[in-house]
Design a protein around this ligand. Structure first.
Ligand code: HEM
Length: 469
């Protein structure tokens, strides 16, 4: 999810310095030690080899350590112990992580649920959560299935191709239809063309670096190149919102935009057009690339673990494609554990945090190291193995499985994303027999704020699946 970079403006409170030698900290209020390289080197290590960077720091300094990234004046603390994560997530005073707003506010706008704090944030969450859950969410099943069927009908037989871009096209279409409520119109076609460009530009590493430099030097307008694109998208979205308000069938529509138009805050107020536009772009940026990447990883893991795939196909066959099967759910959960798409989702402490033997003061930037938590052998024996069975017999605790973050900022679309993944997996696996291309499993590449399959999950379609209905 393009929610936050590792770049950004640091908070201004003063803290005890990190012990540069990594020696025993003095007193409760110093910060945990961590890698000693200069921030530019640590940043480079994070960009180039994020996993080895985190794992080596974890090995040397333990479950809680400080890292320093270029652009931050102060260290960020990485946590991976479930007790510390519980303490972090159950305290609701913590704010947005340093850096989230810098690149995102100009694109998402001031009302985005991803960028608000306190009561303003909670009010939006209350309003926006219902369509992403329960029966409401299930009403999107036939749309998701139809989009997946149309997508796989376009795949070539026998020729290798990368699945990740296909999943991106698919999840974009799901957002356009289920969230924005647009489909066949000319406007929908324009959005289909322009939105991926916006997503690509927002995620660009070069843009992020230009944003940090401009913020530190206090000059330049790094987002200028995006202005025209954003103006064109705004025009389309505002026209769609205006038309939707006039739709005589608004009350019967099930897409999320229509539901948000009809929804009311506790004080009886409603979202205005600008705010609806902000939330639509937020849902797109948070929900499209993340779900596509999670699906690409799941296919890679399944194709590299034929015994798991066989068990899943057997369940799908037995249940006639039902998407509520327990093994299908476990496959999705295990894939999000072993390949967490968003490796960091931080907070700026709004209150003191006790984590292990450390007491971190308010203002500190803290982030769950989701990858490290998911790779703990005490929680997940043989953590590198893809083993959905872990989620059948003795499922992990809330704070041991955190692909969607946690607390009052836990991913708003988590249930929707898991549901979409189940529908797409069931439809594709019943419709086509896929084979991996090449002998090696996908390697992890850090792509902006996500961990993504380096070669795009290359596959070959052999034939329609034996399980096809
Ligand atoms: C597999 C797919 C997805 C993953 C791995 C994922 C992951 C995350 C993570 C880690 C966070 C930050 C949570 C925190 O700060 O503790 C988040 C927030 C969010 N996600 Fe997702 N996400 C996914 C799909 C979606 C979808 C489909 C949508 C909606 C269409 C969505 C909408 C949001 C929103 C609006 C937030 C901000 C919540 C807030 O700040 O209150 N996400 N997501």
């Amino acid at each position: 999810m393009s929610t936050e970079g590792v770049v950004g403006r640091a908070p201004t409170e003063t803290l005890a310095p990190v012990d540069a030698d990594g020696a025993e900290p003095q007193g409760d209020r110093s910060l945990p030690p961590g890698p000693r390289e200069p921030p530019a080197v640590q940043m480079l290590r994070w960009i180039l080899r994020p996993i080895s960077f985190m794992e080596s720091a974890h090995k040397r300094y333990g479950d809680i350590f400080s890292v320093r990234f270029l652009g931050f004046e102060r260290p960020m603390i990485m946590l991976s112990d479930p007790d510390a994560l519980r303490a972090l997530y159950t305290e609701h005073q913590h704010g947005l992580p340093p850096g989230r707003t810098l690149t995102l506010r100009p694109v998402l706008g001031p009302s985005s649920v991803l960028l608000l704090e306190g009561q303003d944030h909670l009010a939006r969450r209350r309003l926006m959560l219902p369509p992403f859950h329960g029966e409401r969410m299930r009403s999107y099943e036939s749309t998701m299935r139809e989009i997946a069927e149309r997508e796989l009908a376009s795949w070539p037989l026998g020729e290798p191709f990368a699945l990740h871009p296909r999943m991106q096209a698919l999840t974009l279409e799901v957002i356009l239809r289920a969230v924005f409520g647009v489909s066949g119109s000319e406007r929908a076609a324009r959005l289909r063309e322009l939105l991926p460009r916006l997503v690509g530009q927002t995620a660009s590493g070069t843009l992020q670096v230009r944003v940090i430099l401009a913020s530190r030097l206090r000059r330049g307008e790094p987002l200028e190149s995006m202005h025209e694109l954003m103006r064109a998208i705004d025009e389309l979205l505002l026209a769609e919102i205006a038309e939707r308000r006039r739709d005589p069938e608004l009350a019967d529509r099930e897409d999320i935009l229509s539901l948000l138009i009809g929804a009311r805050f506790a004080d009886g107020g409603a979202m205005d057009d600008r705010e609806l536009r902000d939330q639509l772009l937020t849902l797109l940026l948070a929900g499209h690339e993340t779900t596509a990447t999670a699906l690409a990883w799941t296919f890679d893991l399944l194709l590299r673990n034929p015994h798991v795939l066989a068990l899943l196909l057997a369940e799908l066959e037995e249940s006639d494609g039902d998407v509520d099967g327990e093994y299908l759910r476990a496959v999705v959960a295990e894939s999000l554990r072993l390949r967490p798409v968003v490796p960091l989702a931080g907070r700026r402490l709004g209150a003191e945090l006790r984590a292990g033997r450390w007491t971190l003061p308010p203002g500190t930037g803290v982030t769950p190291a989701i990858w490290l938590t998911h790779m703990r052998p005490d929680l997940y024996p043989e953590p590198n193995a893809f083993r959905p069975e872990r989620f059948l017999s003795d499922p992990p605790s809330t704070y041991a499985w955190i692909p969607f973050g946690g607390g009052i900022r836990r991913c708003l679309g988590a249930a929707f994303a898991e549901f979409e993944m189940r529908v797409v997996l069931a439809t594709v696996l019943r419709g086509r027999r896929l084979e991996p291309v090449g002998a090696a499993p996908e390697r992890i590449a850090r792509r902006n704020v996500t961990f993504s399959p380096r070669a795009g999950t290359r596959v070959r379609v052999r034939a329609p699946s034996a399980v096809a209905a």
